[in-house]
Design a protein around this ligand. Sequence first.
Ligand SMILES: NC(=O)c1ccc[n+]([C@@H]2O[C@H](COP(=O)([O-])OP(=O)(O)OC[C@H]3O[C@@H](n4cnc5c(N)ncnc54)[C@H](O)[C@@H]3O)[C@@H](O)[C@H]2O)c1
Length: 262
Amino acid sequence: MSTNEPSSEHAGRTVLVTGAGGGIGGDYVAAFAAAGANVVATDVAGAADAGTALADKVSSAGAGKVVFVTADVTSDADWETVVATAGAEFGGIDALVNNAAIYQGLRTKSPLTELTNESWDRVLTVNVRGTWQAIKAVTPAMRARGGGRIVSISSTVARMGAPGFAHYVASKAAVDGLTRAAARELGADAITVNGVAPGLVSDAASRTLNTGDYIAAAAKGRALGREMTPDDLVGAVMWLASPSSGFVTGQTVVVDGGGVFT
Ligand SMILES: NC(=O)c1ccc[n+]([C@@H]2O[C@H](COP(=O)([O-])OP(=O)(O)OC[C@H]3O[C@@H](n4cnc5c(N)ncnc54)[C@H](O)[C@@H]3O)[C@@H](O)[C@H]2O)c1
């Protein structure tokens, strides 16, 4: 296989990225494929056109191959299809990046007194139950492989308690707990489970939910004093998905330019 980085640890591995039809998930897909990994990219039907276009574009770049599969993280039937596709196309799964979440889909921020039970349940179901369903679905394939890497995308809001989306904040705190629980349970199978907690990224999703002044204030509050881009996340996610992070598990790494110290 040709790869842009012949010495990459990811060359020839298979990585599954959820929520990869656009947003930051697309950046992870492109980065893994550029490093020579084959990628199964998934997203809901509404993002399928964008996901397929991304898969075609990245695959034609000549390093790893990307296959897009329409799949909802809350559907066990869809997970069966995803895992079967990874097996048929690439022979198994080495790493899973749980990136899918309702974030831009929140559309607006609201005081917790105005959230509906329906919106609470939807956010918790996708962000938490969907992450657990993903881990559940890939575990047998990783066991068959002799190990694996799971990286779940959290958020610094789980530590900061940022106002305006209590259901989302609670969901990301739950993802952190799930990371620890899964790490304990899957360690004996040489499967590591870690999280990456991004700060506020200056992307389309964040601009939907926040004013420019809010994003600028977040940048000012960072040790590194600048806005954050999707590129700033790629290194941490790729390392936790790589063979060389094999003795790190149950951790959630904050990647926010030094905004939150915990
Ligand atoms: N953008 C930020 O500032 C920021 C900060 C911290 C954490 N995060 C997290 O990073 C990840 C990516 O964020 P983003 O900014 O690209 O957000 P986004 O809302 O643009 O992307 C989320 C993706 O998940 C997909 N998705 C939603 N529901 C799904 C479901 N049921 N099944 C499968 N896919 C589903 C969406 O279609 C979308 O492609 C999310 O987990 C988000 O919570 C983002």
